[in-house]
Design a binder for this molecule. Structure first.
Ligand code: F6P
Length: 386
């Protein structure tokens, strides 16, 4: 769908932050200024539209922000205008209201003729009523989780993988000194992309992801096998959303005022406790949490953010609307803005990285690894490795 190119645009960042947001804001703004448009920054995502907090962005505002983590505009992951928590009723239940009209008034008041919304699947869902109301809108997918449908890559992911890989590298030496198993729990919600990529990059012996339910016996088996080889440490990279076969994900908190109320966490500590209890190996767990979302973006995310931001403005200048920029088959493209009903992009069984990891003796805790299966057991681990 195309419309008349806008003269003044608004830009916002919604949902959880991630490294690379400022790279996008900078590219959107600089490209728009170059084309003679006015740019306004909306503060704290859709909350800024609800509460009328909008400010002009000039060259100076976006110069020098490329390498900064976070977002200069602020963000909120609780501000879905179509379902906004406005308080509690007499019974303590959250009161939800549709405040989309308030947002329309803010847009009108500031003369915004189009929007660039930078966010994950939640933000893309929030964008739907605006697109439906005829407001030109372009989405830019972000998230460390890399789980937005329609794009092979989101910015923020590579930076999170860098942090997780460094953590895996670091725990190696302390685990080896003490002869321990070290479990590193990473984020990712219901997708195991961070765990898989960092696990492979960090040489983890066990990787647990939400897409592959695991058996704790298989995990312990791998730890014991490593010990039988004389290896002094076993490294495990566990996604926060991983769960045992027939078990549930571990929820560490519930936030009833958030459209995404479930906060995952705790599986790493559980796995470590099981190893402690069921094997001869002492285990420790570390949870990386928000360290994966903080700090400066890696070069890959700065470049991807810049390309996405410039493309978003280009699409608006072409009069496009209802599109999301995306990374598909190694190129920047645009796709229909993510349909919230489409769900999340998760690891599929034919993901090549799974096979590569298994080929390197990595266990996903789902089956006896090839080196421990019938017929190979007799040769003994040392025989296998000769
Ligand atoms: O979606 C990004 C993410 O960091 C997830 O990996 C994690 O589950 C969640 O956000 C944490 O959310 P919050 O910052 O609200 O605790």
């Amino acid at each position: 769908m195309t419309s008349v190119p806008p003269r003044r645009i608004g830009v916002l960042t919604g949902g959880g932050d991630c490294p690379g947001l400022n790279a996008v804001i900078r590219a959107v703004t600089k490209h728009a200024l170059q084309a003679g448009l006015d740019v306004h920054g909306i503060e704290d995502g859709f909350l800024g539209l609800i509460e009328d907090r909008v400010r002009e962005l000039r060259y100076d505002d976006v110069s020098g922000i490329l390498k900064l983590g976070g977002t200069i505009l602020g963000t909120s992951n609780k501000a879905n205008p179509a379902k906004f928590a406005t308080g509690y009723d007499a019974n303590g239940a959250v009161v939800w209201e549709d405040v989309t009209e308030r947002c329309f008034r803010t847009i009108e008041r500031h003369g915004l003729e189009a929007l660039v919304v930078i966010g994950g699947d939640g933000t893309m869902a929030c964008a739907q009523p605006f697109a439906a109301a005829g407001i030109p809108i372009i989405g830019v997918p972000k998230t460390i989780d890399n789980d937005v449908i329609g794009t092979d890559l989101t910015f923020g992911f590579q930076s999170a993988v860098e942090v997780a890989t460094e953590a895996l590298d670091r725990v190696h030496s302390t685990a080896e000194s003490h002869g321990r198993a070290l479990v590193v729990e990473v984020m990712g919600r219901n997708a195991g992309w961070i765990a898989l990529r960092a696990g492979v990059a960090g040489g983890a012996d066990v990787i647990l992801v939400p897409e592959i339910p695991f058996e704790i016996d298989r995990v312990v088996e791998q730890v014991e096998w490593r010990r039988s080889l004389g290896r002094r440490c076993t490294i495990l990279c566990v996604a926060e959303g991983a769960a045992p076969v027939g078990g549930e994900q571990i929820v560490h908190a519930l936030d009833p005022t958030s459209p995404d109320p479930v906060k995952l966490g705790g599986i790493g500590a559980w796995v470590a406790a099981q190893i402690d209890a069921r094997s001869e190996v002492e285990a420790r767990a570390v949870t990386l949490g928000h360290t994966q979302r903080g700090g400066s973006p890696v070069p890959g995310d700065r470049v991807l953010g810049t390309r996405f931001g410039a493309e978003a403005t280009r699409l608006l200048l072409e009069g496009e609307t209802g599109r999301m920029v995306a990374w598909v088959d190694g190129r920047v493209r645009d796709v229909p803005i993510t349909d919230p009903a489409a769900g999340q992009r998760t690891i599929q069984a034919d993901e090549p990285l799974l096979a590569a990891a298994r080929a390197c003796f990595t266990s996903f805790g789902d089956r006896p690894p090839a080196h421990l299966s019938e017929g190979k057991r007799g040769r003994g681990p040392q025989g296998l490795l000769r």
